[in-house]
Design a binder for this molecule. Structure first.
Ligand code: RB5
Length: 145
């Protein structure tokens, strides 16, 4: 499992917390920044992560901004990305099991660090259930064409 992760300035602190979590869990990752707290535009940081996932250099991506909304909208513009904005553990499990999401978005201004860690752990640990959900995901991806 190799993860690509980035944020904008609004998600810097939570990104570092999640990087700590990935390190603790022994999950390989690449940090796409930003490198400081300067104000940046979230699409500029979402796209490299999403392209890395679509190109197969990473298994999944994690994107963080203030709300997670901008990052999730940006991520879903990249063909092949299924990004969910998640702020609870139930949805984290469901969106892996049912939607086979390959990118997770969260908002630093929405969720506490401890809860975010549980969300990411649940999202990493849950497998896609396939079956009827595979049919739906296939139909979802056909909407891109
Ligand atoms: C930045 O202030 C903020 O707009 C951004 O982090 C994000 O919440 C956008 O959706």
């Amino acid at each position: 499992m190799k993860i690509a992760i980035s944020s904008d300035h609004g998600g810097n602190r939570l990104r570092k917390e999640i990087i700590d979590l990935l390190t603790e869990r022994g999950v390989e990752f690449e940090d796409f920044g930003p490198k400081n707290d300067d104000s940046v535009d979230y699409p500029d940081y979402a796209t490299p992560v999403c392209e890395g996932v679509v190109e197969g250099r990473f298994n999944r991506g994690i994107l963080i901004c203030g709300t997670g909304i901008g990052m999730s909208i940006a991520a879903n513009k990249t063909k092949g990305i299924r990004c969910a904005l998640v702020h609870d553990v139930f949805s984290a499990k469901a969106t892996r099991g049912h939607n086979d999401t390959n990118v997770l978005a969260m908002g630093e201004r929405v969720v506490g660090a401890g809860h975010a860690r549980e969300i990411v752990s649940a999202w990493l640990d849950t497998s896609f259930e396939g079956g009827r959900h595979a049919v739906r995901v296939e139909k979802l991806m056909m909407l891109e064409d």
